[in-house]
Design a protein around this ligand. Sequence first.
Ligand SMILES: *Cc1c(COP(=O)(O)O)cnc(C)c1O
Length: 363
Amino acid sequence: MSGAKYSGLIDRYWERLPVKNRKHIVTLHEGNTPLILAKNLVKEIFGTKKQSSEDSDNNIRLYLKYDGLNPTCSFKDRGMTMAVTKAVEEGSKAVICASTGNTSASAAAYAAKAGLSAYVIIPEGKIAMGKLSQAVMHGAKVIEIKGNFDEALALVRDISENYPITMVNSLNEHRIVGQKTAAFEVVDVLGDAPDYHALPVGNAGNITSYWMGYTEYHAEGVFEKLPKMLGFQAEGAAPIVKGEIVKNPETIATAIRIGNPASWKRAELARDESGGLIDTVTDDEILEAYRMIALKEGIFCEPASAASVAGVIKKKEIFKPGDTIVCTLTGHGLKDPDTAIGVAPETHSVSPDIEQVLEAMGL
Ligand SMILES: *Cc1c(COP(=O)(O)O)cnc(C)c1O
């Protein structure tokens, strides 16, 4: 089903989202992101042993839901179109969020479109450059704190309770509700749910949203079998896996550098109801998957996004021939060019001389 004739996901899934009047919709034409069959990754991860022939039903099918192709280049736009639309509907004049980066970029853009003020509280020095540049370009008031995301969020909760400013973190239920549309899109494209859905887990809003989307569609009889949800936290920021708050979360994947997830309980519910799992991946595993996705599929995602594929690699024994796996790539690689340059081979500069250039080319 093509979404081309729709302007954004509230329009597309109008009857499933609690907006009162189409006139209130604040959209940047988010959603309808591609679901890309990743055959090269399948070969790389599973080899060819289990595959009887190229396109047989026995092959494992791995799809990448590339949500880095949303308007501000992360899945956060799905929730933000809803949160800002509802803020407008409720007469709010300002929004506020704590952010590891992408929420602030998205909040700033949607607030700009709606003519609202945006306040952003971020952990100092831990935001990828691309994300910070978006927030400032869209006119958000950015406040850096000498603390981590969890402390930023506590401040935001306090402020939004005491001032007429709408909090647009994923504690705002409209965010969760908007993000569930990604599950609808997957099913609308595949004509069915996948067997497994893998994604990175930070505040755990997205895994909560996908599960909400899948179970809603399932209850309507759109497809038969629900997917197993596979969530992956970075090893240095894995409170759900460890079963306790992580005071000083650390990982190269800054978007999931969260020690006390807002949707902790609901993520566990998604895991348990679906018969899935939440596990850790190391920074090295994340970076390896990050490079593999770029090298083998031509898709550039940010490090946190690659946790989904890193998790599938780690857990590859659980998949059987014929299984369909969807990995969400939550954000675009250009958000965080520093990490990319850091893992790439060094470039050398030579004179503008044919011999030297050919030598550098290895010819
Ligand atoms: C926000 C974010 C996540 C984590 O999503 P949660 O809903 O917080 O679990 C993962 N990847 C990227 C790129 C993000 O921006």
